[in-house]
Design a protein around this ligand. Structure first.
Ligand SMILES: [Zn+2]
Length: 415
């Protein structure tokens, strides 16, 4: 084995041969390798035909390669300009990197995998890069790998909003519920944003093939989904509905609190969280406290009973029975003379056709909420993002519908 062969084997550099090397003492002993394509030189990057060289000078280019033994590694080469009968004068194909990239494929692979696992700051340290350089490289790699990517087989979608940049700015995230991944991220949380998704990311055929959608009660999202997808059934997320009911119950508690004096107030203390609890999670003592309200405060007691009864709706299996139950519940609730509960009943009445499908579909935004939690971890790890590009890069990298590291040519996917 010659030294050159040994170096190529050691560095996994099948695509190139080393014609010289240099250890730069000024740059932490950086290893600089002067290379050329191994055997496959002078190929047209478009049709991979071998072409004659055009005798013009081009600049020497350099590419970052993964560090070895703690040393940064750079490859140097002066690409040749060739003339392809079909594609004219072009720069020859570089077998180890994308045409315009400043790093090799396997550096990109390492970059993507590390950024899935750790903070960009940590990844930058491992790769001997400045953090700002790293996020620039990451953005370029992700944009290139996602370019031309089409969303596939989308039948169940979830739509949710998420804040970035310390809660002042919002993005809309669209999930593929069946595959539990993010297919799209857009700036803002209004109708315009979600319209952008349907108009630009999907074809007419794709919009028609969406059968189910789940979201909160935001009119912007519901309106857009039903406008763009002719075959969709929107199922309002049951946890968002439960939240709205909880708020209505809490409104009753607050009113009573305002009216109560002295000892009466004492009896109402600590009720807030107790009322929020699902009936199946209450302890014996908590139940007793609530029972005591029957004599203590009739209005809060009534609100609590109505809430518990509403919760039972979700357990129904037969749509007709569920519908009958819900209608009866609404009639009782309307008679309650509790203003906030009557407001909730009004919402249920309007949204009935988006609440009932839950019984057959059992669709919730739990997948979306789960992905949202991961996104929040990523966000906190980066301590916020200055712009949406950096944020969506990381969403696509960690929970996106396209496995980004997998897009790098197979022979370079080594760690
Ligand atoms: Zn060509």
């Amino acid at each position: 084995m010659t030294v050159n062969q040994f170096i190529r084997k050691l560095l996994h550099l099948k695509e190139l041969s080393v014609v010289g090397f240099h250890l730069d003492a000024r740059k932490h002993g950086a290893l600089e390798l002067f290379v050329k394509p191994y055997k496959n030189g002078c190929l047209c990057p478009h049709c991979r035909r071998r072409c004659p060289i055009v005798q013009t000078r081009q600049d020497v280019r350099m590419w970052r390669d993964p560090p070895i033994y703690g040393r940064p590694v750079t490859l140097w080469y002066q690409p040749r300009e060739i003339r392809c009968p079909t594609h004219g004068r072009v720069q020859e194909e570089i077998p180890w990197a994308d045409r315009f990239a400043k790093v090799t494929y396997r550096f990109e692979y390492l970059l993507l995998v590390l950024c899935q696992l750790m903070t960009q700051k940590a990844a930058a340290r491992v790769l001997h890069l400045a953090t700002s350089t790293l996020s620039g490289l990451l953005h370029r790699a992700i944009s290139r790998l996602r370019a031309g990517h089409r969303i596939e087989n989308l039948e169940q979608i979830g739509v949710d909003e998420i804040s970035y940049c310390k809660g002042h700015k919002y993005a809309t995230v669209v999930y593929d519920i069946a595959r539990s991944c993010v297919v799209w991220v857009g700036k803002g949380k209004g109708r315009e944003t979600i319209d952008g998704f349907f108009n630009h990311a999907l074809t007419q055929e794709q919009r028609e093939s969406i059968r189910w959608a789940t979201c909160d009660m935001s009119q912007a999202y519901i309106g857009a989904i039903e406008h763009h997808c002719p075959n969709v059934t929107v199922v309002l997320d049951r946890f968002h509905i439960a939240k709205a009911l909880n708020e209505a119950v809490d409104e009753v508690r607050k009113e009573e609190w305002r009216k109560a004096r002295g000892d009466e107030r004492k009896a109402l203390k600590g009720l807030r969280w107790l009322l929020y609890k699902h009936y199946s999670n209450r302890s014996k003592e908590e139940r007793a406290t609530l029972e005591a309200l029957r004599k203590g405060n009739r209005r809060i007691h009534r609100a609590w009973i109505l809430k518990d009864e509403f919760e039972q709706f979700w357990d129904y299996k037969a749509p007709w029975a569920a519908k009958r139950y819900l209608k009866r519940w609404m009639t009782t609730a309307l008679k309650s003379r509790l203003e906030s509960i009557r407001g909730f009943v009004q919402t249920v009445k309007e949204q009935m056709h988006r609440i009932l499908p839950y019984i057959t579909s059992r669709l919730t935004n739990a997948i979306g909420e789960g992905l949202n939690r991961i996104i929040k971890i990523v966000k906190n790890r980066a301590s916020g993002f200055r712009n949406l590009e950096a944020f969506s890069d990381l969403i696509y990298l960690t929970v996106g519908d396209l496995d980004l590291p997998d897009q790098i040519p197979a022979q370079f996917r080594t760690l």
